[in-house]
Write a protein that binds this ligand. Structure first.
Ligand code: DGL
Length: 275
């Protein structure tokens, strides 16, 4: 039997990422859409996505979407920048439910934020190499000049919890040096982990550069998407529930989640995503 719109609005939103990074997006959804339940999947067995090929990321993303569909989600958030860059447009035609990635909302926000049309983008090798941010920003501002820089060491540093460590600051200074003479006034934190380095990055870039966190804009975009489909949760069926699934290292995931989420998570369940 077909699920009614009324029942559908109480279904959870599926959020996925290559691992823990997408929790920065889940966190924003929790803050901005507190009535929405979430089923989060972190592909901790196959992280990182940032250095893998487009074909591999599409295959992984399809497997995860099938899992989330089987869990009865009403919409999907591709919280990973690399998966948004490589897989989102390939997946969209096959999808029966609304789907949103992080790149488009981040690009739109940056295009709105910049005053001088010079925008920097930092992300994984995959995201920066795909030029997806450039393409999306040009849809809003065709004259914008975009400068990209892959910062692959940021992901392990964040996962190590070295958010303000001198080593992290040194690495950040080296990566961000290429922006110093560029005149950018806006910098997109184009990887799930980078919002956790926000204060270090802001200190290095200086207060004249606006940092754009796509997670924030994605939560706003999700709200509009759910409202547009008339499936936004009105909170009348009780408080939001959060469930977490991973493909490996559940305990480590749980500890990381509890260090950044506004709520305490009791467990992350292990599933075999390839089966
Ligand atoms: N979640 C990834 C992204 O936002 C970063 C980690 C990885 O490389 O898998 O691109």
């Amino acid at each position: 039997m077909k699920e009614s719109v009324e029942e559908k609005k109480y279904a959870p939103v599926g959020v996925f990422d290559s691992g823990v990074g997408g929790l920065t997006v889940a966190r924003e959804i929790m803050r901005q859409l507190p009535e929405e339940s979430i089923i989060y999947f972190g592909d901790t067995a196959r992280v990182p996505y940032g250095s893998k090929s487009k074909e591999t990321i599409i295959r992984y993303s399809k497997q995860i979407i099938h899992f989330l569909e089987s869990m009865g989600v009403k919409a999907i958030v591709v919280a990973c920048n690399t998966a948004s860059a490589f897989a989102l447009e390939e997946l969209r035609p096959e999808m029966k439910m609304p789907i949103i990635g992080v790149v488009k909302p981040g690009a739109k926000a940056a295009a709105k934020t910049t005053q001088n049309g010079r925008i920097g983008v930092i992300g994984t090798e995959g995201t920066v190499g795909s030029q997806i941010y450039t393409e999306m920003i040009h849809r809003h501002n065709p004259k914008a000049q975009i400068l990209g820089k892959a910062c692959p060491l940021f992901v392990p540093l964040v996962e190590e919890g070295w958010l303000k460590d001198p080593v992290t600051i040194e690495v950040a200074k080296r990566y961000l040096a290429s922006f110093q003479e560029s005149g950018i006034d806006t910098l997109i934190l184009g990887c799930t982990h980078y919002p956790l380095l926000r204060s270090a990055i802001q200190d290095i870039m200086g207060s004249s550069v606006n940092l754009v966190n796509p997670a924030y804009e994605t939560a706003q975009g999700l709200r509009r998407l759910l409202e547009g489909h008339q499936i936004a949760n009105d909170g009348k069926a009780g408080p939001a529930k959060y469930q977490f699934y991973v493909s490996d290292a559940a305990e480590k995931f749980k500890n990381f989640a509890n260090s950044i989420l506004p709520c305490e998570i009791k467990e992350a369940q292990l599933i075999h995503i390839e089966e």
